[in-house]
Design a protein around this ligand. Structure first.
Ligand code: TIU
Length: 241
């Protein structure tokens, strides 16, 4: 089913160049803003990471999420995690490295990276509305073994505003998957974060290099400006009718 909404084109001041986006065929995709990555005692910390490094992404995402909700844009949240019986967790993932707790082990926020546990849930600041789509994914990419592709196709989506954590892992993997599937991805630079600042920087550079080999990168302020410009245009059009 094609998106029935009117065409609402706006320009985002992005890198490597500005991009004209029809916001009626654009969705906001928020990757894995879960307690397991953001808070002490979760999966991210068991891997040896300083989880406080991800906090900077929350406010920029909150601002874009509020604007998306105000204009009725499709909002999709993702969560990385596994079934309680670990049947969707490859041994190669569970057995890797020497984490302090492994996937499925009991931790302070419930079993590590398991669906339904407190740690698997999205942080309260960005909690999905009942009307929003939540995609549970077993891998790093949001298209692998999920219904995301079908959902976006049914909703007539052609463009994605992508944010979340971490920049070089689940955001990059998802953007690469989306790019191969024909979506224009605009990654929100300050709406992403990494446990490694240098990987955040390089993760964004890799997306926008070579003329935007995987997509575009824009700050939340530029996205908000474009959304607001579009909102005022449609309000003005509405008033004129
Ligand atoms: N470890 C790390 O940086 N990230 C992940 O394992 N998953 C996501 O990025 N969501």
């Amino acid at each position: 089913m094609a998106n029935p909404g009117p065409v609402c084109v706006t320009t985002v001041m992005a890198e490597p160049e500005p991009i004209a986006l029809d916001l009626s065929t654009t969705a906001l995709l928020i990757i894995d803003m879960q307690r397991d990555f953001m808070e002490p005692g979760g999966f991210g910390e068991t891997l040896g990471n300083d989880v406080s490094r991800l906090a900077s992404a929350v406010k920029p995402i909150q601002a874009v999420l509020a604007a998306a909700r105000a204009m009725g844009m499709l909002v999709v949240h993702t969560r990385e995690g596994h079934l309680p019986d670990l049947s969707d967790a490859p041994a190669a993932k569970v057995e890797r490295g020497a984490p302090s707790l492994r996937i499925g082990d009991p931790g302070p926020m419930g079993r590590i990276l398991i669906r339904g546990e407190a740690g698997h849930d999205i942080i309260p600041e960005l909690y999905p509305l009942d009307s929003e789509i939540v995609i549970d994914k077993p891998g790093k990419g949001a298209f692998y073994a999920t219904e995301l592709g079908d959902v976006l196709q049914k909703c007539g989506i052609e463009n994605l505003l992508v944010c979340g954590v971490t920049t070089e892992v689940c955001v990059n993997t998802t953007v690469r998957e989306a790019n191969d599937r024909g979506y224009r991805c605009v990654v929100i630079s300050d709406g992403c974060a990494s446990y490694f600042p240098e990987f955040h920087e390089m993760g964004l550079k890799m997306i926008k290099a070579q003329g935007g080999i995987f997509g575009w990168v824009a700050a939340s302020a530029a996205i908000l400006e474009a959304m607001q410009a579009e909102t005022s245009t449609s309000l003005a059009a509405g008033a004129a009718r």
